[in-house]
Write a protein that binds this ligand. Structure first.
Ligand code: C2O
Ligand code: CU
Ligand code: CU
Length: 486
């Protein structure tokens, strides 16, 4: 089946606004906008934090571990007393957590039983192009695809999610996202908190109709309904691992929290209500060289931070809230920890976590510029990279395999920029050189009218990959570009 962007735009969904809108240029770039719930918001800190189920391979042999994730609709209780239809990997939202090992081939069969095509992408994966979830590599309803992940990469908190061209926003919003944790020997040799004290937290926002369904702006809602949200869809209910404002009972000990912002368009500025610090040990691309103490952790959509919080600093009975300083009212809360017992703690945070090679700007063979702006093309409205909307038939950059390159990214409004395949290091932000030890990232937030320089090396595979904004409404409105490693 050939499926062009124009066809997609004509169908329905948010992408449709590009085709129906007559205006060619916006006076001002739109900001994300809140979609209000008509269901009453639940009382925070009453629901226990669930942990997504850990996926079990259906087969394992000398070559690989094989998993199957069946994408299906399910009804789940997200708000107390209401049934919410979701699209889930395994019918679950978030999907099951895949725990994989660096260097161990992992094959994930995704079977689509939904009524729409899907694409699955492993975010942060160093993946051959045919398994990377290029936005037009559709898995049609009633079919499956085996995604092969060699995982030739270091330990890191990755996640998988839908990546269908023009429909990533609505399909992730409905629930198509889950954790994919890669472990390795280096990380396993460290005395970091583990087992039940290693907790993945997928943070995202959603809104709910009074009947429990999750609304999402679409062309079907009337002219301009989707366009009003082209800046991004914000929910007014904050979910962690799929439940609103949960509570977790913890021992007075160190916990590793793997924070993932899986929201479509909301950026969080996380802080502890006690004023205590987080010790950050990892980023998108795995362990930092040395731990760093932070009072605030800012996470734009797609970004991750691995932090350790030591609850021994509190008394039994204390509550510690995880707050969002970037939100107001109910959206300023995320979840609550309640210290309910004292406990022994053998964990530690070593002063040296990992060796992280710094990519040397002097070795960069090429410097490229990518400008992220709103704007019109061919009478439409949307989001552009270097003045162009995404077109799967066009390749915008051809880095050579093994080559080091500097990419200069500039923005109008805030854009979390994500590169497939190649982890990168941030060289400068707003013209200021980043000091401190190097850190591997795969998503970096460009704040308003900011420029960020990143350095990367294209290794592993030749082929077609994308670079895009991880505000999913911007992505669906064409803020994506193809590069081909040659
Ligand atoms: Cu998390 Cu291309 O996406
Ligand atoms: Cu990705
Ligand atoms: Cu954007």
């Amino acid at each position: 089946m050939t499926f062009t962007r124009r066809d997609a735009l004509r169908l329905f969904g948010l992408g449709a606004v590009a085709a129906v809108s007559g205006c060619s240029l916006l006076g001002r770039s739109p900001q994300p906008r809140m979609l209000s719930s008509s269901a009453p918001l639940p009382t925070p800190y009453t629901v226990p934090l669930p942990l997504p189920a850990v996926a079990v391979p259906y087969r394992t042999d000398g070559q690989a571990d094989y998993y199957e994730l069946i994408q299906r609709t399910a009804e789940v209780e997200i708000l107390p007393g209401l049934r919410t239809p979701v699209w889930g990997y395994g019918g679950q939202f978030p999907g099951p957590t895949i725990k994989a090992r660096s260097g161990r081939r992992t094959v994930v069969r995704v079977t689509n039983t939904l009524g729409q095509p899907t694409v699955t992408h492993l975010h942060g994966g160093h993946t051959p192009p045919e398994s990377d979830g290029y936005p037009t590599d559709l898995v049609q309803p009633g079919t499956h695809r085996d995604y092969v992940f060699p995982l030739d990469q270091r330990a890191a908190t990755l996640w998988y999610h839908d990546h269908r061209m023009d429909y990533t926003g609505p399909q992730v919003w409905r629930g198509l996202a889950g954790f994919f944790l890669v472990g390795d020997d280096e990380e396993a040799s460290l005395p970091l908190p583990s087992g039940e004290r290693d907790v993945p937290l997928l943070i995202c926002d959603r809104s709910f109709n009074a009947d429990g369904t999750m609304p999402y702006p679409a062309r079907a809602d009337g002219p301009g309904a989707a366009e009003a949200f082209m800046g991004g869809v914000l929910g007014d209910v904050i979910l962690v691992n799929g439940v609103p404002w949960p509570q977790l009972r913890v021992a007075g000990a160190r916990y590793r929290l793997r924070l993932l912002n899986g929201s479509n368009a909301r950026t969080y500025e996380l802080a502890l209500s006690s004023g205590g610090a987080f010790t950050q040990i990892g980023s998108d691309g795995g362990l930092l060289a040395t731990p760093r103490s932070l009072r605030q952790v800012r996470l734009a959509p797609g970004e991750r931070a691995d932090v350790v919080v030591d609850f021994a600093a509190y008394r039994v009975g204390d509550h510690v809230e995880l707050r969002n300083l970037a939100g107001e009212g109910p959206q300023a809360g995320i979840m609550r920890f309640t210290v309910d017992r004292a406990a022994r703690d053998d964990s530690a945070i070593p002063a040296t976590l990992s060796r992280v090679e710094a990519l040397d700007p002097a070795r960069a063979a090429v410097t490229r510029d990518f400008e992220f702006t709103s704007g019109g093309m061919h009478g439409g409205t949307g989001w552009l990279i270097n003045g162009m909307p995404f077109d799967a038939r066009r390749v915008d950059a051809r880095p050579r395999l093994g080559q080091v390159e500097i990419w200069r990214l500039t923005s109008d409004v805030s854009h979390p920029v994500h590169l497939h395949l190649a982890p990168f290091q941030v060289l400068s932000v707003a013209g200021e050189r980043r000091d401190g030890p190097p850190e591997w990232k795969d998503t970096v937030e460009l704040r308003e009218t900011q420029s960020v320089e990143i350095i990367t090396r294209f290794t592993g595979y030749r082929g077609r990959y994308v670079l895009h904004c991880h505000n999913l409404e911007h992505e669906d409105m064409a803020m994506m570009s193809t590069f081909e490693v040659v």
